[in-house]
Design a protein around this ligand. Structure first.
Ligand code: SF4
Length: 330
């Protein structure tokens, strides 16, 4: 029997939940078609099909969906993730994602496979996936089994993430994560913390390969999502209340942790132009840094005009500053 082909756009929540989705759909006997890493063509399509005043991450996502629709898949998976933590919500662009995509590609709207996740309750998540799975599997037991397997692989991926490997490293070895143990960690004498949403930081095209550039400069990197959210301090003396957004809290807490950690030599934040959420957490990081630690801190904002040359110059200036500070010359 011909397998159902399900397209997964390599953007936004792909960088958080791909291990789960991939395992779930594969366990139901479906074939996964993943769009490639963002490239100029994908971004151009994204810009063409999305609304004007939206961040580059969501624009690029439209391009990934277009790529998959051109590949003649049966469905493109576009989840609506409203919430990932109780009483915390996600950005309106993410909660409206299936609507944005359907209105951008009205002729293909029946191919957009979605489900609503949130307000966050573990039982609701399970129920949403069971309901979705039952569309494709005759037996309920098969769906339950697929969900269980998917949860397990997601937990494994997160465990490796929190033990020093970044998302790209974990995804590369997702079929055999134990081989990651052979990886060399912290081999350089400089360590930089990078904060940002995983879909900006790990998209090599949008970020102009920020992580690789730092590694090529002889710098080790810790990305905010490599820290366990539940283990991060809340810095209540500085931020008495949480932000409204889960991902915003994650990045802010990680940023404050990097700024206050003596083992981190400098901090880089990466965010999309026009992102209201990041304008709040980057400002809070500035205030915290100016009043507490005065650590080298660089904010990189990406949009369609971001050029590699400008990025390299700023990175070089930042790393020179961080080295001087580390050596006590500043
Ligand atoms: S949080 Fe910011 S970067 Fe993410 S989708 Fe919303 S506007 Fe875009």
């Amino acid at each position: 029997m011909k397998k159902i082909k399900i397209g997964i756009p390599r953007g936004l929540y792909y960088y958080m939940y791909f291990p789960f989705w991939c395992t779930f759909f594969k366990s139901l006997g479906m074939e996964i078609v993943l769009s490639p890493t963002t490239n100029k063509g994908i971004l151009n399509d994204g810009v063409r099909y999305s609304v004007d005043d939206i961040c580059i991450s969501v624009k690029a996502y439209h391009g990934h969906v277009k790529y998959l629709l051109n590949k003649d898949v049966d469905y493109v998976f576009v989840p609506r993730i409203v919430s990932e933590e109780k009483h915390k919500y996600n950005c309106p662009k993410l909660t409206a994602l299936p609507d944005l995509i359907k209105s951008a590609f009205p002729e293909d709207k029946d191919k957009i496979l979605t489900l609503n996740l949130g307000p966050f309750q573990r039982e609701e998540y399970r129920f949403a996936f069971y309901t979705l799975g039952k569309k494709f599997a005759v037996k309920e037991s098969l769906v339950k089994e697929a969900y269980k397997k998917a949860e397990k692989i997601q937990r494994t991926a997160e465990r490796y993430l929190h033990s020093g490997f970044n998302t790209l490293q974990v995804y590369e070895k997702i079929d055999d994560p134990s081989s990651l143990l052979k990886n060399e960690k912290n081999k350089n004498n400089m360590l930089v913390g990078v904060v940002g949403f995983p879909y900006d930081v790990y998209d090599t095209f949008l970020s102009s390969s920020l992580l690789k550039r730092l590694n090529d400069m002889g710098i080790d990197v810790l990305v905010s999502n490599m820290l366990d959210y539940n283990g991060l301090p809340k810095y209540r003396d500085f931020a008495p209340r949480d932000l409204f957004w889960y991902q915003g809290n994650y990045v802010l807490r990680a940023g404050l942790y990097f700024l206050s950690s003596t083992s981190i030599d400098g901090v880089i934040s990466m965010s999309s132009f026009g992102c209201g959420l990041s304008s709040i957490y980057t400002k809070m990081m500035d205030i915290y840094n100016n009043t507490h630690h005065r650590k080298p801190l660089l904010h990189l904002v990406i949009d369609e005009q971001t050029g590699e040359a400008g990025m390299v110059t700023r990175l070089e200036a930042f790393t020179d500053l961080a080295k001087l500070k580390k050596e006590g010359e500043l």
